[in-house]
Design a protein around this ligand. Sequence first.
Ligand SMILES: [Mn+2]
Length: 323
Amino acid sequence: MKKLCELIPDGIRTCAIAGHVNPDGDCVGSVTAVWQYIKKYRPEIDVTLYLEKPAEELMFLPGMEEAVAEVPADERKDLFISCDVSSVDRIGVAGNLFRAAARRVCIDHHVSNPGFADVNVIDADASSCAEVLCGMIDDHELTKQIADSLYTGIVHDSGVFQYANTRPATLREAARLMEKGADCSRIIDDSFNMRSFRKQRMLGRALAKSRLLLDGQVIMTCITDEEMKAEGADKRDLDGVVAEMRYTEGTKAAVFFYQTGPDEFKVSFRSSSDLDVSEVAAAFGGGGHVKAAGCTLAGPLEESIAKVTDALAGYLEQADAAL
Ligand SMILES: [Mn+2]
């Protein structure tokens, strides 16, 4: 695997780092690790981190206070590094900088990533983009603060080492980060387990109105704009809903719809069986991983639910037939 230092050649003067829209813990952990790496080891480079504001509990990572959340002016950076971004249209605020950049690097772990940059380091078997980065940073370069960022990324995407994407290498890299002084239990508690009261209320609402579909094989729920307004919540307060739904006895998949526009819903899928939800999401123009994927649907809610249910019925039949 290529080392991070090899991807930043001599002569680079300006660099943009960016993650995906609606950044999660892996995204924030990965971009802040790369940001700190460049600040420390390549101080001559003018580096800017472009990222939407994530959930409050991820703001503790170094670099987040300086992250730029607005669409930048059209400029040409010498180097653009994207982390945890599966396709060009998922690059958050800095999409125009990606297109204009002289040299583009993509570091990722999404199986659906086509390798959209000039240099691509993609390991679809890694739990997280942060785990990919661990393999790109040598021991002597790994500071305590970089270890904190990478540990946050691994912990969030692996659900604290419990999802199926956790492999022996994930635990080995986590052990290495612990040896470098990463604040392990504090990171797990403060950034992963702890939820605001508002978040707990949204989870409660989502679970209370959930229903079983397809003879109990699928659990589904939805949250509308109106319900978010009623709790003073936004989409960031919905993180974790679909993961929690997955723990419903007898179900093979969980599906969560939440409103993103007047007639637009984001759909998150989780699989707890052989069903590959990245295929289901891809059928609607989305993508993701085998066990966790998403897409966006336009149209009235009940229509979208019916479409997704039909698709799921087909894929579940196929999965059963393959056994
Ligand atoms: Mn990720």
